[in-house]
Design a protein around this ligand. Structure first.
Ligand code: ZN
Length: 256
C-alpha cells in the first residue's frame, strides 16, 4: 500500500491549550469567525525549512487553516509552496476550533466549512482538493453530513487508537460509518500496537520509537491520490520543521 503524506499548518495559537477548546483553552473563542491572524516567528521559520524539504521531495498535502491567509508573511511562503508541482492544499478549518468538543452545531460548522473552502480553494486554484482534517482530531458522526453538503469528498481526522476513544465521544467506528453513509472517504491515521503514530506521537515517548519504524516501513511508495488509492495516511505538522535547528525531517523510507 502507498503512503499519503500530509502536514497540518497549525501555529502555536492553535494548540487547544491556547485556543479552540471550550475548557482546555486560555484564550476564549466565542465563534469560529476569527480575524487578524498573524503567524508566529516559529511558524515562519518552520515554513522556510519545510519549503526546503518540499523542494525535490515527495508529494505532500497541506491541510491549511483558512484564517492563516490573513497573514501576509505566511501567505508569501504559501505562494512559494503553491508553485511546487508536488504540493496540494486541503482544509483544516477556519480558526482551528475543536468542533466535537463543543455542543453539536451543524449550522455553524456548515457556515465555517463553506467559508474555509471558498477561501482556501480561491487561493490554491488547481492545487485545491476538497479534503478535510478536523482541528485537534475532534471529529464526530454529526460532522459528516455538513462535510458532504459542502462538497468535501475525503476526511482524514480519525485516529483509530484506544487513547482517543473519549475524545471521539464514543467510538471511532461510528465516525467511520457516518462518513461512509454520507459518501465521504475516510483515511484514518497510521497507528501502531502502542497507539497513535502520527502528529504529536512522532515526538512523544514511547510512541515515537514505534512510530518512526512504522513510517519507514510504510513509506516506500508515496501517492498523492488518497481518493482512488487505498493509502496509509501519514501526517505531521509544519511546525515540526523548526526542530533540530530546522533540519528535522519526517522519518520516511530511505528511498524517499
Ligand atoms: Zn491542527
Amino acid at each position: 500500500m502507498s503512503a499519503w503524506l500530509s502536514v497540518d499548518s497549525d501555529d502555536l495559537i492553535h494548540l487547544p491549550s491556547n485556543r479552540g477548546h471550550p475548557n482546555r483553552s486560555s484564550i476564549p473563542m466565542p465563534t469560529w469567525k476569527t480575524e487578524g491572524y498573524q503567524a508566529s516567528q516559529q511558524l515562519l521559520e518552520a515554513t522556510d525549512s519545510f519549503i526546503q524539504w518540499v523542494d525535490g521531495g515527495p508529494s505532500v498535502t497541506i491541510f491549511l487553516i483558512a484564517e492563516q491567509l490573513d497573514c501576509p508573511e505566511l501567505t508569501k511562503r504559501l505562494q512559494v509552496l503553491l508553485q511546487k508541482p508536488n504540493v496540494l492544499f486541503a482544509c483544516h478549518g477556519w480558526g482551528h476550533r475543536c468542533w466535537s468538543a463543543w455542543p453539536e452545531n451543524i449550522e455553524e460548522f456548515s457556515e465555517m466549512l463553506v467559508a474555509a473552502r471558498d477561501r482556501i480553494s480561491a487561493f490554491a486554484g488547481d492545487s485545491w482538493r476538497p479534503w478535510f482534517r478536523a482541528p485537534g482530531g475532534y471529529v464526530a458522526p454529526w460532522m459528516s453530513a455538513p462535510l458532504a453538503a459542502a462538497g468535501f469528498r475525503l476526511d482524514s481526522s480519525v485516529n483509530p487508537s484506544r487513547w482517543v476513544v473519549r475524545k471521539m465521544r464514543g467510538h471511532w467506528n461510528r465516525v467511520i460509518q457516518s462518513m461512509e453513509q454520507s459518501g465521504i472517504i475516510e483515511r484514518p491515521w497510521l497507528t501502531t500496537i502502542l497507539g497513535p503514530a502520527c502528529g504529536p506521537a512522532l515526538r512523544i515517548y514511547p510512541f515515537a520509537l514505534l512510530a518512526s519504524r512504522a513510517w519507514k516501513r510504510h513509506s516506500t511508495q508515496i501517492s498523492n491520490d488518497p481518493e482512488s488509492t487505498n493509502v496509509t495516511a501519514l501526517y505531521w505538522h509544519i511546525l515540526d520543521h523548526r526542530r533540530n535547528s530546522g533540519k528535522w525531517k519526517p522519518p520516511l523510507s530511505k528511498s524517499k
